[in-house]
Structure formats: C-alpha cells, structure tokens
Design a protein around this ligand. Structure first.
Ligand SMILES: Cc1ncc(COP(=O)(O)O)c(C=O)c1O
Length: 396
C-alpha cells in the first residue's frame, strides 16, 4: 500500500519552468499498449538501433577489469581530452588544446551547463524551432528569454539569416545552432554558416553549436561555425558518442570551448557529477582513435532507410516529405491531412500501431509535421509505412 503523504510538496518556483522530452513519454505509452497485446513499431526514440562497436565494448570491459573504476579529473581523463582535441582540430580545421575540452556524461550536460553558466535572468537566447526541446526547457529554467528562430521547410529547414539579424538585440547572449538537425534532418551549408557568422559580426555573443550528428551526413560535408574567422573563442562546440558510436547508454559527450570558459564548465561538473565514468572514457578513447568502419556502415544503412522511407511517405495521402540530409529523422508535412500533429501522432500510435512524435514536441513551429526516427530495421519501417498508408485510407 502507498504511504500516506502528510506534508505538501513545496518545489522551487523554477521547477514549474522546466520542460521535458516527449519521446520518453510516447515510449512509455507505446510500452503500455504493448503490454495490452498491441503490436507497435517504435519510430519515436532518437537512438541508433545498432550495437556499440565491439572494439569499443572490449575497451570498456578491459578498462573495468583494469581498475578504471575510480574518480577521475572533472574535466575528463587527459588521454581522452587529447584524443578529442586532435579529432575536433582535424575535422573542423581548427587548432584545439586539451584544456579546451570538457568531457561530460552525454551531450545534454553541455546544453545544461552552457545555459546555466552564460544566461542570466532577462538575457535572450536564440534557438532553432522546431528544435531539440531541451534548449527551450533550459532557457526557461534559468529565467532567460527564449527567442525562437523558425526553421523553414521551403529552405530545407535551414533558416533565414535576415530573420536572425532581426532577432538579435543588445540582450542576446547566446545563439544555439544545431546541424545536422533534430528533428528535421536539415543541414546548414557552408554559405549559411558564413552568413550567420557575418550577421553576428563582432558582437560579444556566444554560439552553442550542437554538432552531435556531425558524422551522420548523407550529402555534402559538415561545417562548423567554430572554423569561421573570429569564432573559435565565441563558440562552444557540442559533440559526443551517443549517436556516432551508438553509445547512448554509456553517457558520454563533450564540449570544446576557450580554456577560461572550460574551467567554469568544469566547476559545474565538479558540483554535479564529479566526473564522467572512467571506464566509459577509456572506451571513448578507443571509439575515437580505433577503427571507424562501423560509423561508415551505420551511416550508409541510415541513408538506405531514409531513401526508402521518404519515398514511401510521399505516397501516403496528405503527407509530403523532404529528403533530410543528415541525422536519422524524417519530418513530413502532414497539413493536407487536415489533422493537427498531436492528434494525428496519437491516432497513429493507438489505431495504427506506429509510434512517432508530433512536430509540436519540438516547439510551436513544429505544428503541421510529424517526426519519425528511422533507427529501426528496413522491415519494420516498411510495415510502418503500410500501417500508416492503410490508416490514412480508412480515416482521411
Ligand atoms: C540535437 C541533440 N543534441 C543533444 C542530444 C543529447 O545527446 P545525449 O544522449 O548524448 O545526451 C540529442 C539527443 O537526442 C540531440 O538530438
């Protein structure tokens, strides 16, 4: 029996401003339906359906057995910071020192710590919408002003740089970029990155560049604003292991930033997590420095699925879908169905057995869209298409 609660729960006021990530709620709802015997295809959660590569698992096991089970430095093990500095330097075409790297448990803590460390009450933070919901949640949480910039379908979910120029004010402290992008699969090309850099000019504004999907690009190349002249000292680059090496459960990511800021982000690590798990970090060294063929294979498989799934969605009544250029999400426009996104996502889950997310889970500008993760087998994706097609035939 549940214990009777005598005392009223008195949360801090700021907790009312904290948002969430709907993917986990939809997953729970889908699991509850499965317990009732329903068949559900899971296209809601954003994690690769591949195993962590064997060489990385082996390195983790070896580290556990070798005694890497103790506290380490808050900013990360020197071996891993060095490997990350070299990797980011090489891939982004900049010079990075180990002191500019902070290793944290996942990509999310870099978002959390950056906003906590830089945004004061009343400061303005510009962020992509539709976008990863944690940005908006954290901006509200610290009492800063959330200023959305709309990602537009007609621009392949890039944004209009003139609109960005109009949104920047004297209170703008931080601009968040995300490429390749969740949930749209949009990729910021080199020219757009240059235009963004030009619009920011020499203002003292920091850019949080979320590049967690940097290795999952199907067309073109990844470009980071960190490489633009004058931007290395104003950029916090976020990347990690969750997506690239299918390591979501290991909890490891990193931020690359000027050394003086890195010491403050490290203080937040000391105050919250102490450090990232030591054996996880040793596996991270292997992930970065070892065989990369698993990344190439995974990316090619996502591309195959994307091609099939987008072609299939475009045949569904009321759906139209652009070809995402990166990440592993597909973001169809469903306006012509006449349904609101949330209602349609709920109906597809409950009546068609396909779990996806409403575009509004990523902000107000996500109305009119659904997000499907293609991190599921070709066979399941084909079944999902069949179910969605049959459901729309019956219900639209
Ligand atoms: C854009 C974006 N940034 C950051 C993260 C966080 O990744 P992690 O699981 O490493 O914390 C995600 C995860 O879905 C994401 O989509």
């Amino acid at each position: 029996m549940e214990k009777a609660v005598q005392f009223e729960l008195r949360l801090a006021e700021r907790m009312s401003r904290l948002g969430t990530e709907t993917a986990f709620e939809v997953l729970n709802k889908a699991r509850a339906l499965e317990r009732q015997g329903k068949s559900i295809i899971h296209l809601e959660i954003g994690e690769p359906d591949f195993d962590t590569p064997k060489n990385v698992v082996d390195a983790g096991v070896k580290a556990l057995q070798g005694g890497w089970t103790h506290y380490g430095p808050s900013a990360g093990l020197p071996e891993l910071r060095r490997a990350i500095a070299e990797e980011v330097g090489r891939t982004r075409g900049v010079q990075v020192q180990s002191e500019e790297v902070v290793v944290v448990p996942g990509g999310k803590p870099i978002i959390f710590f950056t906003i906590l460390a830089l945004a004061d009450v009343g400061d303005e933070v510009i962020y992509p919408n539709p976008g990863f919901p944690i940005y908006e949640s954290m901006i509200h949480y610290v009492g800063a002003k959330a200023v959305p910039i709309q990602l537009r379908e007609e621009r392949d979910f890039g944004f209009d740089v003139d609109e960005l120029a109009d949104l920047i004010t004297a209170r703008t402290k931080l601009i968040i970029l995300n490429s390749p992008q969740n949930p749209t699969g949009g990729v910021l090309d080199r020219q757009t990155i240059r235009d963004i850099a030009e619009v920011i000019g020499d203002r003292n504004i920091v850019v949080l560049s979320d590049e967690i999907y940097s290795r999952l690009i199907f067309e073109g190349k990844h470009h980071s604003i960190m490489a633009e002249p004058g931007f290395q000292e104003r950029t916090i680059l976020l990347d990690g292991f969750s997506k690239t090496y299918a390591m979501t459960g290991w909890r490891m990511g990193y931020g690359v930033m000027r050394a003086d800021l890195a010491t403050h982000i490290t203080r937040l690590m000391t105050n919250s997590n102490s450090c990232t798990a030591s054996f996880t970090q040793m596996a991270g060294v292997e992930a970065i420095t070892g065989d990369q063929s698993s990344v190439t294979r995974m990316c090619a498989e996502f591309q195959r699925r994307r091609d099939m799934f987008v072609a299939g969605l475009n045949k569904v009544e009321g759906f139209s879908c652009r070809m995402p250029r990166g990440a592993f999400y597909v973001f169809p426009n469903i306006r012509k169905t006449g349904w609101k996104s949330k209602r349609l996502a709920d109906a597809l889950l409950e009546q068609a057995g396909v779990a996806c997310l409403s575009g509004t889970a990523f902000g107000d500008y996500g109305e009119g869209y659904l997000r499907f993760s293609i991190a599921n087998s070709m066979e399941n994706l084909q079944t999902a298409l069949k179910r969605v097609g049959e459901w729309t035939k019956k219900n639209l």
